[in-house]
Design a protein around this ligand. Structure first.
Ligand code: GDP
Ligand code: CA
Length: 320
């Protein structure tokens, strides 16, 4: 059985995984999920990226939106707002609240996040092994300038959701990452993998954060396993979201080729760019990374499955 490890953020990662499962139904898939987006709200621990993967693969996602639960209502949020209790900018629905209550209760009882995630997945049966990158607390912060001209660090969610990345990010810091250790199973999964894939997830605040946990990047290099990524940038812009803003913060151009060079040939063996970025293939290959141009828009599961199949083909090629 083919063992595939995927480093995933939220929406891009989750949608890709749905295609991967369709393209390789018999594969044993382990997902290492980003937890740098995690936030405490109303005393509850919220893990947006883990939940997006779990709900998407488990059939509970709000399809149009890409995050949160389908058939959601917002009574609790409205009642909190009536008490003047926020933040109002973060959309937590009633169904979603239940997930965070269960998670927070288990964490309070002493279970690590990896065990809690496994318990939540008992209900959703995502068909993959979903592991948080770490059981330790990591929180991505973004340095921005306030309207008063003062530099201030805000939580990633505040930057992304409240500010809609409308102001420049001066630095992206995964606070706590340097002290974190990979969650149980993470390094083992990498060591035993036949293929490692980077889905079209955010290279800075999703995959970059996972790689910031000491040991993970090293394990990828040591495993000697083919690592193949798919570009989240098409035609010089993110397909969705504001990845260009966080790439600018780390001095990387928002192009498929620049992101491949940012990961580098020490990490990445293969890279897929969209057909509109065909011209980037030579540049990526010159950087020592095998590259192909194929359609990279996840329009539906079939199109996404073809992307996943292309990634697996490229992985087999670089492994040969
Ligand atoms: P987040 O945590 O919800 O932001 O999700 P991820 O980090 O997993 O993925 C976000 C990235 O997915 C963004 O940079 C998007 O450009 C990218 N993305 C979304 N849809 C598509 C698509 O259809 N094709 C490609 N190539 N990238 C996509
Ligand atoms: Ca995310």
């Amino acid at each position: 059985m083919q063992r595939i490890v995927v480093l995933a953020g939220g929406i891009g990662g989750a949608r890709f995984l749905r295609g991967l499962k369709s393209a390789a139904p018999d594969a044993d898939v382990t997902v290492i999920g980003n937890t740098g987006d995690d936030i405490h709200l109303f005393g509850l621990k919220v893990c947006p990226d883990l939940d997006t993967v779990m709900y998407t693969l488990g059939g509970g996602i709000h399809e149009g939106q890409g995050w949160g639960r389908s058939g959601e209502t917002f009574t609790v949020k409205e009642e909190l707002a009536a008490y003047g209790v926020g933040p109002e900018w973060f959309g937590l629905g009633d169904r979603d609240f239940a997930t965070h209550i269960v998670r927070t209760r288990m964490l309070g009882a002493g279970y690590p996040l990896s065990a809690v995630t496994e318990a939540l997945c008992d209900r959703w049966k995502p068909g993959v092994r979903l592991l948080p990158m770490t059981d330790d607390r990591v929180e991505t912060h973004v340095a921005v300038d306030t309207p008063e001209g003062e530099r201030r660090a805000v939580h990633f969610q505040e930057y992304w959701v409240r500010l809609r990345a409308s102001v420049d990010a001066h630095a992206i810091v995964p606070v706590g990452a340097d002290q974190a250790t990979p969650a149980p199973g993470v390094l083992e999964a990498i060591a035993e993998a036949d293929v490692v894939l980077f889905p079209p997830s955010n290279p800075v605040v999703s995959i970059g954060t996972i790689l910031a946990v000491p040991g993970i990047r090293e394990a990828l290099a040591e495993a000697g396993v083919p690592v193949v990524g798919l570009s989240p940038l098409v035609g010089g812009a993110p397909v969705r979201g504001m990845a260009d803003k966080v790439l600018a913060a780390i001095g990387v151009e928002a192009t498929a080729a620049a992101v491949a060079r940012h990961y580098g040939s020490g990490l990445l063996d293969g890279w897929l760019v969209d057909t509109v970025d065909e011209a980037a293939v030579a540049e990526v290959e010159a950087a020592g990374i095998r590259c192909r141009a194929v359609p990279l828009l996840m329009k539906d599961t079939e199109a996404t499955a073809r992307m996943a199949a292309e990634a697996l083909t490229l992985a087999a090629e670089v492994a040969a």
